[in-house]
Write a protein that binds this ligand. Structure first.
Ligand code: ADP
Ligand code: MG
Length: 321
């Protein structure tokens, strides 16, 4: 049957995610009306996924619904913000109810896991693209910004690095189970929302690793006016990524591949015990990979303590030696 744009919105988008008492008015009017509690700040971020650029034509819509929201939730996690609301701008080549139903199923499952409500959006016809704006709440003055790192702080990352990059590269040497694992990491990233929440008050600065560790840690260092040394041997790697790095001697996957959506954060050494105690309850690893220093630039040390120059694309980061 032929669906109009309005039918599609009403059917799939009007009641999506967790109902929330702070939504005075959701989908259906010219604007949503949302209540920001006194003393809280609104954390807002938007990301766009374009077919042919960020995902391939024919990509499973349910997975895309998950990922489109996950990348926004990862931004909220990196600020230590609580997910609250989202708006969704969809551009679709045709009113395809099956595609939209599956997309919304993937989106809704993740939204419900994080107590988030879809409160509005826009639907247009054209080459397929998806924009999700997320809105989170964080007590005023407590958000984890990029500019809080200080010399002497320890640098940590959650989870493992390079898995999504290995999937993008086709994981040619991985076995079937490993290939499934890295593909899942690429298609269904897990935003580290609970970790971000707990890092408020423990970490001094944080960012999510969407463009690769060197680039994203680089943003923290630059914003904070500091440098750092990272020990390559300490980078948390899954078995297939470790095998690939060992085979090739090339650290580009964990250093420069994007799409992992882990958190990279820095904390004062005095917070280390509290941090490690909190991290014991996490469903992912938490690994100290290096130290913040006053000397600008990012130094990458191999296990012999020698500076390593790795993949192209971050040659502008100073490498000692
Ligand atoms: P307007 O012309 O006032 O912009 P629209 O026709 O674009 O209104 O949208 C009607 C209602 O449906 C609005 O409340 C809008 O937020 C909502 N909406 C439209 N598209 C979406 C979508 N993809 N997801 C969620 N809500 C949507
Ligand atoms: Mg509109």
């Amino acid at each position: 049957m032929a669906w109009s744009e309005f039918d599609l919105i009403a059917r799939f988008c009007a009641d999506l995610g967790s109902p929330r008492a702070d939504v005075a008015l959701g989908v259906g009017d010219d604007c949503a009306l949302l209540r920001v509690p006194t003393g809280m700040e609104l954390a807002v971020s938007i990301d766009t996924l374009v077919e042919g650029v960020h995902f391939l034509p024919g990509t499973d819509p349910q997975g895309l619904g998950h990922k489109a929201l996950a990348v926004g939730l990862s931004d909220l996690a990196a600020m230590g913000a609580e997910p609250a609301w989202a708006t969704l701008a969809l551009t679709l080549p045709q009113a395809d109810a099956a595609w939209l139903e599956a997309f919304c199923r993937g989106f809704a499952a993740l939204a419900e896991r994080h107590g988030l409500r879809l409160v509005g959006g826009d639907t247009t016809r054209g080459p397929r693209s998806v924009s999700v704006q997320v809105h989170g709440l964080v007590a005023a003055g407590t958000a984890l910004r990029r500019d809080g790192a200080r010399s002497g702080d320890l640098i940590f990352v959650t989870g493992t690095l390079g898995d999504a990059g290995l999937a993008l590269a086709g994981a040619p040497d991985a076995d079937l189970a490993q290939r499934r694992f890295v593909q899942q990491r690429l298609d269904r990233p897990t935003p580290r929302v609970a970790q971000g929440r707990q890092l408020r008050g423990l970490a001094r600065a944080a960012i999510d690793v969407s463009d690769g560790l060197v680039a994203d840690l680089g943003h923290v260092l630059e914003a904070s006016g500091v440098g750092a040394t990272v020990q390559l041997e300490r980078l948390p790697l899954s078995d297939p990524v470790r095998a690939q790095v060992t085979r090739s001697g090339d650290w580009s996957l964990p250093l420069a591949a994007g799409d992992d959506y882990e958190l990279c954060f820095v904390a004062a050494p005095a917070q280390r015990a509290a941090l490690e105690a909190a991290a014991r309850a996490w469903d992912c690893r938490c690994t100290c990979i290096g130290t913040v220093e006053t000397a600008l630039g990012l130094r990458l040390l191999d296990r012999h303590g020698a500076a390593t120059r790795s993949a192209a694309g971050f040659d502008h980061f100073a490498v000692s030696g």
